[in-house]
Design a protein around this ligand. Structure first.
Ligand SMILES: Cc1ncc(COP(=O)(O)O)c(C=O)c1O
Length: 419
């Protein structure tokens, strides 16, 4: 190549915008205001606003470090077998027929993002899409979903999910979209604690949704990043996934993350579970998932897989982990109550447009609340009050503590009254 070309080789590469959530965290870190609050990132914080290493994880790490038999050899391509099997039981149920009948292909992935990616690539290669390669995503959804499916060559399209007029689920819009989509369409479903709205269907609504999936032959692509965070009950939060799988008339896959519920964000531990109608199809599916995984990462990392396996298989650690999940989800529920009380009972803050009161803070589920603040109000929260949040009105309840809840409420009160 002539030297002139070397000097210009990347000239046509356009500058990509920074990731909004990580950008927000960077701005938060750079801010010297003492009362600053980060409500942007979806990561659990304790009541002092600090990251929390779960006691169950601390105990598991101790055992692991003292175990002389542990080496640093490669795991198999599809990951640690004890991990993938116990992770499958966690989401599908310990007595899951699909597991007992050998119809589940479980592969260890690079956290939930990796599970979504592997599932997307698998679908892109092997799913018989009705017309074009397209997946329906809830409007709104986790921002990364679009990027993940685009990268896998599947076009993301929207289905109605959240109604800003009522600050609640748009059930008619959602089911209408399921009905009007071509038979056999792929729909992504948040298993529980919907990100970003905190709005989940009720069990009755899930059953109706599943009926339409069955009638229309749609594919259910479940994303489960918050098992345990919705209710504090790991089994309870898996209800929708188990309901779909147990019916047997809906093709299902599940992406699972242990970032949030085990506090293992940086260890990148998750799994993809593809449920097949027969053992024979399952064997072929597993072989193809292995081929994709080999080409992409060869083998997944061992540390997080070993820790989670211990939580799921050691009786003492399992009990402790269940307590830890409750500690996190109950603290968030307490913060919902505290924020609601401060706005509603103390400050008598007028509700945001579309809401009768602030009760949506109490009703919404999991890590996030969709406050109903408009983009200008969100901007003022950041620029005037140093409370970092996304422009769509989403706040991470995990960033609120007994120490900052009054300040957050007063700031919301100010932006509501002035804009
Ligand atoms: C809906 C949803 N899916 C998947 C993920 C993946 O997270 P991770 O890759 O850290 O497990 C997240 C994280 O925020 C999420 O909110």
């Amino acid at each position: 190549m002539p030297s002139a070309d070397v000097a210009h080789v990347w000239e046509a590469v356009p500058q990509a915008p920074a990731d909004p959530i990580f950008q927000l965290t960077a701005s938060f870190r750079a801010d010297s205001f003492p009362q600053k609050v980060n409500l942007g990132v979806g990561a659990y914080r304790d009541d002092n606003g600090k990251p929390w290493v779960l006691p169950s994880i601390k105990a598991a790490k101790k055992v692991l470090l003292e175990d002389e038999s542990i080496d640093h050899e490669y795991l198999s391509i599809t990951g640690l077998n004890d991990f993938t099997l116990s992770a499958a039981k966690l989401i599908l149920g310990k007595d899951s027929k699909a597991i007992l009948e050998g119809r589940v292909s479980s592969v260890q992935t690079i956290s939930g993002t990796g599970a979504n990616h592997l599932g997307a690539v698998f679908l892109s290669k092997f799913y018989r899409f009705p017309a074009k390669k397209e997946i329906y995503l809830s409007n709104p959804t986790w921002a990364n979903h679009k990027a993940i499916f685009n990268l896998a060559g599947i076009n993301p399209t929207d289905y109605p999910y959240y109604n800003p007029q009522t600050i609640a689920l748009d059930f008619e819009g959602f089911t209408g979209s399921l009905q009007s989509a071509p038979n056999g369409s792929a729909f992504l479903l948040h298993a529980c604690a919907h990100n970003p709205t905190g709005v989940d269907p009720t069990k009755e609504q899930w059953s109706k949704i599943a009926d339409i999936f069955g009638q229309k032959g749609h594919f259910a692509f479940f994303d489960c990043a918050y098992q345990g965070f919705a209710s504090g009950d790991l089994d309870g939060d898996a209800w929708a996934v188990r309901h779909f799988v147990e019916r047997r008339d809906i093709p299902v896959l599940v992406c699972q993350s242990f970032a949030k519920n085990a506090g293992l964000y940086g260890e990148r531990i998750g799994a993809l579970h593809v449920v097949s109608p027969t053992k024979e199809q399952n064997a072929a599916v597993f072989s193809q998932l292995s081929v994709i995984q080999r080409g992409e990462i060869s083998n997944p990392p061992a540390f997080g897989a070993r820790l989670v396996t211990m939580l799921l298989t050691d009786e003492r650690l399992w009990k402790q982990w269940q307590e830890d999940v409750k500690t996190m989800s109950y603290r968030i529920i307490d913060m919902r109550k505290a924020l609601y009380a401060a706005l509603n009972d103390k400050l008598h803050t007028p509700p945001p447009k579309g809401a009768k009161d602030w009760s949506h803070i109490l009703k919404q589920i999991g890590m996030f609340t969709f406050t109903g603040l408009n983009p200008a109000q969100c901007k003022k929260m950041v620029e005037t009050h140093h409370i970092y949040m996304t422009g769509n009105g989403r706040i991470s309840m995990a960033g609120i503590s007994s120490k900052n809840v009054e300040y957050v409420a007063k700031s919301i009160d100010d932006v509501i009254r002035t804009l």
